[in-house]
Design a protein around this ligand. Structure first.
Ligand SMILES: *Cc1c(COP(=O)(O)O)cnc(C)c1O
Length: 391
């Protein structure tokens, strides 16, 4: 019964029973186009045959042993992720928040290794990093924090896309060990910084011997048209975190580190019972294989650009659109007014979308999208917005 589930969500009155590709079917067999992918999780769509086969096979062979023993599949997955990202070492977790917790702990170990007594991490306004105590403190949204005080110490907040604000902190504080940010803010409203922003952050981190830590939990795994969003810049982070699309729905997260950041964790520093178990790693390897075989990353780049052009044309004459922006298949349409009710209106038309930051329609469709399906989403979402604004 719903009454026995803790009410952490205001859920829409629909339940899905099965899926295939970009489609979902509810308990009354009505069909929905999923333009949200379970919040950027099902990059390969639903019930992807290769991922399904990998999960089923591994479940029949070995699900879990604990990290007290070697896990070949974990080592294989770490190799693959390091090759794609240019990182050196991986810690596997079960969620985004846990991946960021690992990053925050690495930053603190790094600070202490430099004899900083109370190491601080610079974080951004409007950011989202998760719901554990440390990650909700890092999150730049009061709604996420309210009621959970006392918050965790050691975070300094600055505006996003503002290098000068970071330089000011550098000039006034000796305690900073790291910067943590999203390359594109997802929950915050698909906020895309200037193209030179990450390079600027890299330079500041190098000048001050800080770790550059990127939360790629939403932007990673091909979503923006590169494997990792930082690959649109020249900068490589010292630490980057993954989760969401890594297992296409099987819970698995990762904290990747490079150079000195990769050497911070030692036996006993950190741990997890489930993290990186054979089932999760087998699923993630199948996800990487399929993303590669189906050329999903290039597809995200191509169709993302196509959809942006499509939306600009379809909504050109509509007043009340502040901005249409996106990178790859991470697309935001910002209205001049709150538009949360669009989500329910879309559901009644068989379409799953999201509204974040009150007035931004957020689209995160599966990366396996076809040209025709992309056009369908553009048409349907544009009509919805047009109708909502009353034009
Ligand atoms: C979803 C998300 C998280 C949190 O991931 P969970 O798996 O829900 O803990 C953290 N950071 C970003 C950028 C996210 O989009």
């Amino acid at each position: 019964m719903a009454e026995h589930v803790m009410s952490t969500y205001n859920r829409l009155p629909v339940q899905f029973e099965r899926g295939e590709g970009i489609w979902l079917w509810d308990s009354e067999n009505r069909q929905y186009l999923d333009a949200l992918s379970g919040i950027a999780v099902c990059g390969l769509g639903h019930a992807h045959p290769a991922v399904t086969r990998a999960i089923a096979e591994q479940a029949g062979k070995l699900v879990h042993t604990s990290n007290l023993y070697g896990i070949a599949l974990q080592e294989q997955l770490a190799d693959r992720l390091c090759e794609l990202s240019g990182m050196d070492r991986v810690f596997f977790s079960n969620s985004g928040a846990e991946s960021n917790e690992a990053a925050i702990k690495i930053a603190r170990l790094f600070g202490h290794s430099k004899n900083i007594d109370n190491p601080a991490i610079i974080v951004m306004e409007n950011s989202f990093h998760g719901r554990t105590l440390a990650t909700l403190t890092a999150t730049g949204n009061r709604k996420v924090q309210a009621g959970f005080e006392p918050l965790v110490q050691g975070f300094i907040r600055v505006p996003y896309n503002d290098l000068e604000a970071i330089r000011t902190v550098a000039a006034n504080s000796q305690s900073v060990a790291a910067i943590l940010l999203e390359p594109i803010q997802g929950e915050g409203g698909i906020n895309i910084p200037d193209t030179t922003y990450l390079d600027g952050i890299r330079a500041i981190c190098d000048d001050n011997d800080w770790l550059m830590m990127l939360d790629e939990i939403q932007t990673g795994m091909g979503r923006t048209g590169k494997w990792f969003a930082y690959q649109h810049s020249h900068a490589s982070p010292d630490v980057t975190t993954l989760a969401k699309a890594l297992g296409n729905g099987v819970p698995v997260g990762a904290c990747l580190a490079r150079g000195k950041a990769a050497e911070m964790m030692q036996p006993g520093s950190h741990g997890t019972t489930f993290g990186g178990n054979p089932l999760a790693c087998r699923a993630a390897i199948a996800v990487l294989d399929s993303l590669e075989q189906q050329q999903c990353v290039a597809n995200a780049e191509k169709l993302g650009a196509h959809m942006l052009t499509g939306f600009s044309a379809a909504l050109a004459d509509v007043e009340g659109i502040n901005e249409i922006r996106g990178q790859g298949l991470m697309i935001g349409i910002e209205l001049d007014r709150p538009c949360g009710e669009l989500v329910q209106k879309a559901v009644t038309q068989g379409l799953l979308i999201n509204v974040t930051a009150d007035r931004v329609v957020r689209l995160l469709p599966p990366l396996i999208l076809t040209d025709k399906q992309a056009d369908m989403i553009v048409e349907q979402v544009s009509n919805l917005i047009r109708e909502f604004i009353g034009q």
